[in-house]
Design a protein around this ligand. Sequence first.
Ligand SMILES: Cc1ncc(COP(=O)(O)O)c(C=O)c1O
Length: 384
Amino acid sequence: MSPNLSAVRNELPAVQASVYLNTGSYGPLSRAAATAIEGENRQQLTAGRLTGMGESGQSLGAALRGGFARIMGCDPDEVALTHHTTDGMNIATWGIQYRPGDEIVTNSWEHPGGLLPVYAVARRFNLKVRVVSLDKDEDEETLLAKFERAINSRTRLLSVAHVSWKTGAVLPIDRLAELVHCHGGLIAVDGAQSGGAMRLDMRSSKADFYSIPGQKWLCGPEGIGALYVNRERLGDLLQTYVGYPSLRDGGAYDETGIFLPPDGARRYEVGTTYRPAMAGMWNGIQWLESLGLEWVYERTQEITRYTRAALSTVPSVRQVHTPAHAGLTSFTIDGISPAAVVDRLAEDNILIRSVPDPDLVRVSSHFFNSEADIDRLREGIEGL
Ligand SMILES: Cc1ncc(COP(=O)(O)O)c(C=O)c1O
């Protein structure tokens, strides 16, 4: 049986304080996550941090890797805990051993979280970056043909977001992966707008690396996220940063300079992580699982379809056409700038955002949004 939507909304108090349509920037914190954060903080304050050392700290880490693995459809040993999407994209982008003459392919829709690591490694190692210029409303074949022209035998990495933060388009990452693999390169996927918003299945996906945040579509705390590393690629992805958690058996190093990583993706974890965020995220994922992850994804599809249908009834709204979607919908409104739309709707407590290049209004609709939220959005736009 599907969960009751108003009961679900009760577990996300922030979504009752406004018409909350900006999960793509910051998701609402779930009560489950907040309660665990508070509990862990209280424990640290009253009993001290040492009580969480050793086994209990490690088992929280292991449980959380397991939770993220279920979100991404992979095995727990293919998950490294990170702090946010950008962290994971940096680990993936910096970890590749570049050779002189190598190239990186990316595109004009990337968020700085994925793009800047590319620019930084290119500067450091003198690599060529090819930026594929994407247009809104273009079909998948046109988009693939553009990437096909940019990818060649020198391409070492393709860095691409699964869901564009600008247009909401879902990029065909498996076909892109095939393309780059056939030239001997690797693909790092920015999952900031997909992790928790749509079903992911790394077991069948061809992605090599996939980075997601906890605080957006998973309604978790800030400061925690996850990076999937396909176990076949562990040998290709060097550890750029290392520390105690990146060692086998918690201490496999000696004074000759030898250190041994653990078997899985845990090797990319470096130091002490904020335990309240870990506890909050773990409880937050368990809450989502109690609702049913399939329900979460299907409800997100349903409410996003409703959003798109509602906006299409407003004659002045020009939606970006995307054949597939997660939870983002982008559009323009005749005669008023995206920034002005955002400001005017905020006056009515309707929270959305605008994005640059192309200048668009962006609405995030997630499983907890009600049809009434979307009706308020449509009425707000009609009233502009
Ligand atoms: C596509 C994309 N990538 C990366 C980021 C940065 O996310 P984080 O703060 O988790 O690093 C965002 C944030 O909105 C995003 O939309």
